[in-house]
Design a protein around this ligand. Sequence first.
Ligand code: CP
Length: 300
Amino acid sequence: MPASASSLLDLQSLTSQDYHDLFFLAESLRAKARAPRQLGETLALLFFEASTRTRMSFESAGFRAGLGPLVFDGGHRTSLEKGETVEDSILNISAMAPRFVVIRCGDEVDLRAMANVLSVPVINAGWGIQGHPTQGLLDALTMKTKWPVLSGKKLLIVGDIKHSRVASSHFEMAKTLGVEIGQCGPEELLRTQGQHKNIFSKLQQGLEWADAVMALRFQFERHDSSVRLSKEDYRNQFGLSAQSLKALKPDGLIMHPGPINHGFELETEVLADSRCQVLAQVQNGVYMREAILRWMLGER
Ligand code: CP
């Protein structure tokens, strides 16, 4: 059987039972630590794009689960500097027989094709704009802490939705969990083709509709000349601030996957709002990633 059958590349392949098991496991690990498995196996972390939260929380989750992290971080002082390809790097590190390979890479890598040829299961740790499934799961875990049943809850995603792998994973997950997703941002950065609904051009209207809001990082590096709004206009129209968040329910949730562009998509003052979950998301990331590793190892 190819390892792709036991890989985690997206969220559309998960069933309702899978989500239930993952949330249950993550919540039980958050309530009470489990003993790590006997050490002796490794968890390869291959990051071809920058990361702080995902890489370090997978390292932490690996230790907690009993898989020794084997970190390949960026290109500095690796054979990528000598012209080795990303694909060859993945093949060679997989040949060291880690239990899983956790990979962050750009759209230019065909991660699905790689998973089909590897004998080691692959975990997508952020793949171009295709998806960031473990981020989607930790966001859902954060929302579930407040609302055990997510079906019918309304999540407003604000900002650069078109280029966001986090948004891609939320759209996949919403179908099974029954979360309603709304979009707000400059028209050229939204996903408006197909079945998308709940599109808001005014932040206030979107916030009044939402139970939770998630601001996304404005991905300057992925933009072209189609982005017409100036930074100042973007901040004024779509930035989350103490003032704009008056429109969100008093018991609503404020999220951001990080990293944050302070004073742009989110004002620093928002971090002190009692509804803000930014660091809770990071903390939940460790439990969710530990749960994913243990779940893929067959634990329930
Ligand atoms: N949220 C997220 O993926 O953060 P990093 O890029 O720091 O991993």
